[in-house]
Ligand binder design. Sequence first.
Ligand code: FES
Ligand code: FE2
Length: 422
Amino acid sequence: MSLEVQAPVRVPVSRYTSPGWALLEEQRLWPAVWQLACSLDHVSAPGDFFEHRVGRLSVVIVRGDDGELRAFQNVCRHRGNPLCEGSGGGLTELRCGFHRWTWDLRGALREVPNRKSFGTLPNEDYPLFPAAVEAWGPLVFVSLDPEAGPLADYLEGVPDDIAWAGLEDFRCTTFVEVPVVANWKTAVDGFSETYHLQGLHREMLPVVDDVDAPQRLWDRHGKSMQRYGVPSPRLGAGVTDQQIWEAFIVVMGTRIGIPTDAEPGPAPSVPAGSTMAAVLAERVRAFQAEQGVDLARFSDDEIMNIQQYNLFPNMTLLVYADLVQVLRARPGATPDNALLDGFFFERHAPGDERPRAKPLDVTLAPTDADFGMVLNQDFALLQRAQRGLHQPGMTHLTLSAEECRIINFHRNLEHTVGVTEA
Ligand code: FES
Ligand SMILES: [Fe+2]
């Protein structure tokens, strides 16, 4: 599906600023959708657990001693205390810290102090409230609706579309959470269009074609592909290999082992008949080979072209053959607060038998978070944009066909929370 518009599409700004709308989302959106909770590396061993919070809602994912992943609403059925916080391992039971009611890792109640004082209290009447949990590659999704259909149905054509990349070979090294002063959707929107590259990220233009960047819409989800290693047509003819090289280093030099703040030096020479993109792809292969990862089976295009998936409601998956990153935004305490999350993955050899290691989980203030020039620009921008949304004259966003992934997001949001189209 693609999208043509005859006139700008207008979306009410109140969806980004009003507590009433945020409450609708809490009641009707977040309990109803499959959503990314954590990486498989967070919960790979029996006894591992991870608390997934989205606004005031909380789900705990646990790996049982039978090796099964299970998820439960993170709440004690006595008087509502959350059972878990954060993440970790070595769990053998879920014990409430308030009055010590205790459940096994399958969610069955097994211990109630002073049980007789409750009269008759059968364990089977008080299991934990189950949630649905399923993994796709290294990503663990939950739905608070235990009757949610299969995750594979929810993901539509996305897993098939990216099957060539072998996501299952990636492991999460780091999970970073950044509290930002913006609505979660302001963040999601910023990762749902390429239109802003020529505005916010002009430094990227020598190294990316932001104009011929095909988009695709499924029913819920969207995708954009952008070619790197070639200049934007916006710059016209005459962009030199040196300019492409310098932009590549500052945007993603780490993919070839060069820090993004390093002096780029002279561009590597491009053999006759080849291109700068092909030379860069070969440098990526060489750098991965140094880490023991063989990228020989991937084409130059699979290495150089970003495949960017926007999964409804709040996740962006970025894939190159050597690199997977996930950006996610979750609602915070008010419509003007969100948690912006990054999951960073590295490729392992297919069939790597070594046990998965726990990722490093960190929470950073926006002023301390350094995700490189491009994401840093995005983070600063979205907080400014959120402020602008409160201007009294600013009643609607005005969207174009280039922003079709945002339009499609709102179509799904309206459908899920049950309001008619704006
Ligand atoms: S609230 Fe959990 S045991 Fe009382
Ligand atoms: Fe951006």
